[in-house]
Design a protein around this ligand. Structure first.
Ligand code: SF4
Ligand code: SF4
Length: 419
């Protein structure tokens, strides 16, 4: 990177320092407690994976620009400007060793939201040309094709055809005035089409008026993962436009962690206005239908089941009760992992880590934390509500020679639908 480009990177990082970020950076007491909360540090014991260290370039820019001693040190040459080597090194720390799980933010004694700062770092790094190839490719496909995996409408239509044949029901598309518009992740469409079948059967039984949109069926948001707010806003706007054109009352976020965070919590801020519809997670809706007596369930799993909370749905999204309420209905032997719920350990694949091939080895190392949790409860099967977590579990369990099925909670609910 040349001199002017480095200056640009410095300026971009400086622009990311808003009031919360400046407050966090100035209040850090260097206690190191965040390290023991991070699966990437805990499973490697490498100090470079200490969460607060991952934002060191941001801290450097903050010091040089906003503190008296930092300005002075820069003036007399004691504090060097950002170097290309630093940005290259931190690219791997910011993207490969952080799933944006937010666990470190929970433990900080002075309340620093480190995940928020890592997101700020990504904004600067991406614009400065320091984002991983895998995420750049996924983001390009999301913007140009509409899906990070390059899934086109024709592919969705083909999967819908298979699902309709299997379940004997119509999958509604572009139904104006439906109550709910369901989003899907590319992984659900291509890897787990049985999720579409499960939802179709459940909604039919519960009498839910719903539709997919041919204009905006993709739930995932690569703009959030790579850290470019403009692109994230463009992807959110596509969903908002489709939902408003179809005049639906609610948009359903599917079994995908960051998709829920993107549309439910970040969406209105990204596009700069409130939505004309509500956003609900599929598990919240299933729980509500059950509480209202519209979703009747029968039979219970006898296996010892445990639940993995996807970080963006549970800890950061607040959907903690619904999955448990549903699981207690259909599992007679449900067991919580240690540190479940808000304190759950990330599977290691969120925040775009799974789209970044360079991080594959580290991602599997981080999964060892999850393996320890599973070992502690001796579960026969693990249930979750995120396709990305599901694929990470399948990879991780294979890598650690564990033979445990990984189940979708929505699909499990479908299995227990009462006649
Ligand atoms: S957000 Fe999660 S993965 Fe990222 S640094 Fe914090 S604990 Fe580690
Ligand atoms: S836990 Fe908070 S105060 Fe302690 S080192 Fe991490 S960010 Fe700084």
């Amino acid at each position: 990177m040349t001199g002017p480009s480095l200056e640009r990177a410095h300026d971009i990082l400086r622009a990311q320092i808003d009031a919360p970020t400046a407050a966090y950076l100035s209040s850090c007491v260097n206690c190191g407690m965040c390290s023991e909360a991070c699966p990437f540090f805990v499973e490697t014991r490498d100090p470079k994976y200490t969460p607060i260290h991952k934002v060191a370039p941001l801290r450097k820019v903050w010091r040089q620009e906003y503190t008296f001693t930092g300005k002075l040190a820069r003036m007399v040459g004691l504090s060097k400007p950002l170097s290309d080597a630093e940005l290259t090194e931190w690219e791997t720390l910011v993207y490969d060793s952080c799933s944006m799980c937010g666990r470190c933010s929970l433990v900080c004694p002075v309340g620093n939201d480190i995940a928020y700062m890592i997101r700020k770092m990504r904004e600067g790094m991406a614009v400065a040309g320091h984002a991983p190839e895998g995420l750049i490719g996924a983001t390009k496909r999301a913007i140009t094709i509409g899906s990070p995996m390059g899934v086109k409408l024709t592919a969705l239509q083909a999967q819908i055809g298979h699902v309709e044949q299997e379940v004997g029901l119509k999958v509604p598309v572009d139904v104006e005035g439906a109550d709910y518009m369901l989003l899907l992740s590319s992984m659900e469409i291509m890897n787990f089409p049985e999720f579409i079948g499960a939802v179709t059967r459940i909604f039919d039984k519960a009498g839910v008026s719903w539709t997919l949109s041919s204009e905006a069926f993709e739930a995932t948001n690569s703009g959030i993962q790579i850290g470019v707010s403009d692109l994230a806003a463009e992807l959110v706007q596509r969903v908002v436009t489709a939902a408003e054109q179809l005049k639906v009352k609610s948009v359903i976020s599917p079994e995908c962690g960051h998709a829920y965070m993107a549309i439910r919590w970040e969406g209105p801020n990204l596009i700069g206005r409130p939505f004309n519809f509500e956003v609900i997670h599929i598990l919240e809706l299933l729980d509500k239908l059950h509480q209202d007596g519209r979703l009747k369930l029968e039979g219970k799993e006898s296996d010892r089941l445990t639940f993995h909370d996807p970080c963006q749905i549970g800890r950061r999204g607040g959907v903690l009760e619904s999955p448990r309420s549903l699981l207690h209905e259909i599992a007679e032997n449900f067991v919580e992992m240690p540190e479940a719920g808000r304190w759950n350990w990330c599977c290691g694949a969120g925040g775009g880590v799974s789209s970044n091939e360079r991080a594959d080895e580290l991602r599997i190392k981080a999964f060892n934390r999850k393996k320890s949790q599973l070992d502690a409860v001796g579960a026969d099967a693990v249930v979750s509500a995120c396709s990305n977590c599901r694929i990470q579990f399948e990879d991780g369990l294979e890598a650690y020679h564990m033979d445990i099925p990984v189940l979708s909670l929505t699909e499990l609910i479908d299995k227990h639908l009462a006649d």
